[in-house]
Write a protein of this length. Structure first.
Length: 164
């Protein structure tokens, strides 16, 4: 679903590893714009080029006792396009919320959860591929997904059919 999440988590991991001394500092808020492109080989039976742009606001919360990063909240909007076999589909821009939590020792995220709309893509036949619900990237071990673990999963056959 979101390459931007990988970019953000990489930055946040670097921040977490360079934690300042313990303090009761308020959360830090940052605005981020990320443009990305990659080839997905798992979504459909053929490679799909996914390009996107994400604009989001990150709020970083530190543990007051250790200064280590403990939670990150992201809220933003993402635009995606899917291309394969000479066909391109444009997803409707969609808002999203991501909550990333870290253990008391810092390090890799314990959870990286997206809630709400996962993806909405108008298809050429007039139908819409729609996925919404809850998706945890730590549990799936993936940095991209078009369907949630819990909730409404879109018709992947219809999406892939429109790209074939």
């Amino acid at each position: 679903m979101r390459r931007a999440v990988v970019f953000c988590v990489s930055i946040l991991a670097a921040i977490a590893l360079s934690a300042p001394p313990a303090s009761a500092a308020p959360p830090v808020r940052e605005s981020v714009v990320d443009e990305f492109s990659f080839v997905d080989t798992e979504l459909c039976p053929f490679p799909v080029v996914i390009e996107g742009r994400a604009e989001y606001r990150a709020t970083l919360h530190r543990n007051p006792d250790t200064g280590l990063l403990r939670r990150v909240n992201l809220h933003g909007t993402e635009e995606l396009s899917y291309s394969a076999n000479g066909q391109t589909l444009e997803a409707d821009p969609f808002p999203y919320n991501i909550h990333i939590t870290f253990g008391p020792e810092g390090g890799a995220p314990r959870s990286n959860v997206v809630t709400g709309l996962v993806l909405r893509v108008p298809l050429p036949d007039g139908t819409t591929f729609l996925s919404a619900g809850r998706l945890d990237f730590v549990v799936t071990g993936q940095d991209f997904a078009a369907t949630p673990q819990v909730g409404l999963s879109g018709d992947l056959d219809a999406l892939c059919g429109a790209l074939s």
